[in-house]
Design a protein around this ligand. Sequence first.
Ligand code: UDP
Ligand code: MG
Length: 323
Amino acid sequence: MDISVVVPLYNEAESLPELESWIARVMEENGFSYEIIFVNDGSTDESWEVISRLKEHNPNVKGVCFRRNYGKSPALNTGFARAQGDVVITMDADLQDSPDEIPELFRMIKEEKYDLVSGWKQKRYDPLSKTIPTKLFNATARRVSGIHNLHDFNCGLKAYRNKVVKHIEVYGDMHRYIPYLAKNAGFNRIGEKIVHHQARKYGTTKFGLDRFVNGYLDLGTLWFTSRFGVKPMHFFGLLGSLMFFLGLIAVAVVGFGKLYNMHHGLPYILVTDSPYFYLSLTLMLLGSQLFLAGFIGELIVRNSDRRNEYEIEEEIGSFIPEK
Ligand code: UDP
Ligand code: MG
């Protein structure tokens, strides 16, 4: 099969028939073999009935229905697990992304050998309250992830080599950072294609302004786990030791300062009257707490069955012992 189109959706009943017939038209015009996987993320409208009806006249339509709403990432992950096409294309259900981009995306993966091609809505039809924070968000994401050539991390329209979607795990709200997840899994050929964007035709957006706060928090998590996921002590230990060491210096300043003055008959003050006393107290307490956090982190890693999970591209020779 050439292409799997994965469409996560939550209450998008009005858009679905139009989306399905548009995708089908593009596929037939280009002679692709395909499947459309609709992942109904616990919609409370009649989306699922619409999908069942679409399935009746188009056997390439497939559907998965969650019992409740989980979010876009779980929906994508579920679609990815089932996708059989050589190229997997994700698309929002709200008709903001155009199926006409599919042939070119397919070509970029197949011929230019990209692992992942992300859409870039260069000209957006969204309110300013969304486009400005998005710019900031993307600039941060580029810096943190080191993927400097992407303008639009969270574009719903993306294409992947099948292997990529089987080796990344999209959970929580991590759909915003799929290129970063792919990079962490060793897929380095990440490209971009300018895509047409349209204003939402039916329904309303499913994400509020909290998307930006959560987006930044998740970026922090990804950065941390990709760098220190299996060696938390390298982070907490360093920070903890540094603080503890500064605390020791502060102790030395108070302690030795006072002893010196006493010994030489100079005027001296109570230890608790010195600001260094409080500094040393805080630094040493926080330092040892961080150190402990590091140890606990290491204990967790030690018990995780993912601590020795690596992305293996190829192997040659046989590793099965001869009898
Ligand atoms: N979506 C989903 N589960 C959710 C929220 C959204 O499957 O909990 C789907 C939604 O139906 C749409 C896509 O994710 O197909 C993108 O959502 P939306 O268009 O609301 O986001 P925006 O375009 O405003 O970023
Ligand atoms: Mg949308």
